[in-house]
Write a protein that binds this ligand. Structure first.
Ligand SMILES: NC(=O)c1ccc[n+]([C@@H]2O[C@H](COP(=O)([O-])OP(=O)(O)OC[C@H]3O[C@@H](n4cnc5c(N)ncnc54)[C@H](O)[C@@H]3O)[C@@H](O)[C@H]2O)c1
Length: 341
């Protein structure tokens, strides 16, 4: 399946916004990886990114990249609806797999992806990058060390910096592609606990004119865990002040917080008050986390350990997202068992 030494030879599938950034990490920022191939069906896209990043092969069909014997691992960054089939094809070819979130859009597909990787015995890691952000990882360590006692209240939020095309946002996106990060973070911040049920409210507050077409650009979710903890996740697609991702866990012995909208510690103090720059892009806010998750993946492909977040983590976060969609549709609290059964 994989060589036991040297940089991991990675093929990038999908070279759009995040794929291109991952390609740069693989080619330039991570010594333990080589970007050897790029696949993208958009005319000229794979050639362009492969050329810029020094990859030897460019394909329009991901199947050709997966069949390439020089590729020992794939990073899948295509649109979400292709993820499961690509995971299954890569597993069948014996390639180690890093797949962007969401790994699947249905529980059946999540199970299919997990089973394919297990049957092939290949590593499968999912792109929940917040786990690799320094502040979030430090918060989890405080939780592990008992620093907040028993978790009682958890909070996670994502406020994107806006500029989206409301006509291009598919129904469910806010849960399946955005809040799925928060759902993973909340599970990870409450280790060992399972989610019982969710209640979700959503609306089109940024673009109310699209409300009738099913757009949700704003949502709040309450989540109950089986250890009694209660969590709130919230998202909005248009924060005027920048890209804002934060998490918080409050417990019997204290509180831990993670995430900061400020780009750095500089503050400008002036007649009108004090101000500082904020982050505008995910690839700036999470630059190091996106790089570290792929560095960890490479280490795990070389045998350091089992890749985390796992396919099972992806399935668990997906189940919460699917329950949220049902909750918005019905106006009712939805048990997770109702979407996983
Ligand atoms: N972890 C994160 O923070 C994060 C951030 C951004 C995007 N993502 C995820 O990454 C995925 C891609 O998002 P994006 O914003 O880069 O999208 P994008 O539209 O910018 O790029 C997708 C690329 O995939 C290509 N493509 C389409 N079909 C393909 C196929 N069958 N095989 C290979 N390539 C194909 C497209 O031509 C395009 O170049 C999504 O699942 C998204 O949720 C994750």
């Amino acid at each position: 399946m994989t060589d036991s030494a040297g940089p991991v030879r990675v093929g990038l599938i999908g070279s759009g916004w995040i794929g291109r950034f991952h390609g740069e990490s693989l080619a330039r920022r991570i010594p333990e990886t080589d970007l050897v191939a790029v696949a993208d069906p958009a005319p000229g896209a794979a050639e362009r990114v492969a050329g810029e990043l020094g990859a030897r092969y460019a394909y329009t069909d991901a199947a050709d990249l997966i069949a390439d014997p020089d590729v020992e691992a794939v990073v899948i960054a295509s649109p979400a609806r292709f993820h499961t089939d690509l995971v299954v094809a890569a597993a069948a070819a014996g390639k180690a797999i890093f797949v962007e979130k969401p790994m699947a859009l249905t529980i059946a597909d999540a199970d299919r992806a997990i089973a394919a990787a297990a049957a092939a015995g290949v590593p499968l890691q999912v792109g929940f990058n917040r786990r690799f952000a320094t502040g979030f990882a430090a918060a989890r360590q405080v939780i592990d060390e008992g620093g907040i006692g028993t978790p009682q209240l958890l909070r996670s939020l994502t406020r994107d910096p806006g500029g989206f095309d409301p006509a291009a946002v598919k129904p469910g996106t806010i849960f399946l592609e955005t809040l799925i990060h928060d759902f993973d973070t909340l599970r990870w911040f409450n280790p060992g606990a399972d989610v019982l049920d969710v209640y979700a409210v959503g609306d089109a507050l940024v673009h109310p004119e699209f409300a009738g077409r099913g757009l949700l650009d704003t949502a709040v979710v309450t989540i109950r865990f089986d250890n009694g903890a209660i969590a709130v996740a919230e998202a909005n697609f248009s924060a005027a002040y920048g890209y804002d991702v934060r998490g918080e866990v409050f417990g019997s012995a204290g509180m831990v917080t993670a995430g900061d909208v400020h780009a750095n510690e500089m503050r400008h103090y002036h007649a009108g008050g004090a101000s500082g720059p904020t982050t505008r892009l995910n690839i700036d806010l999470f630059r190091d986390a996106y790089t570290q998750e792929l560095a960890d993946f490479a280490a795990n492909v070389r045998g350091a350990g089992r890749p985390v977040p796992t396919g099972e983590d992806a399935r668990a976060a997906l189940a919460i997202a699917l329950a949220c969609i049902r909750s918005v549709d019905t106006g009712a609290r939805v048990a997770l068992s109702a979407v996983t059964a």
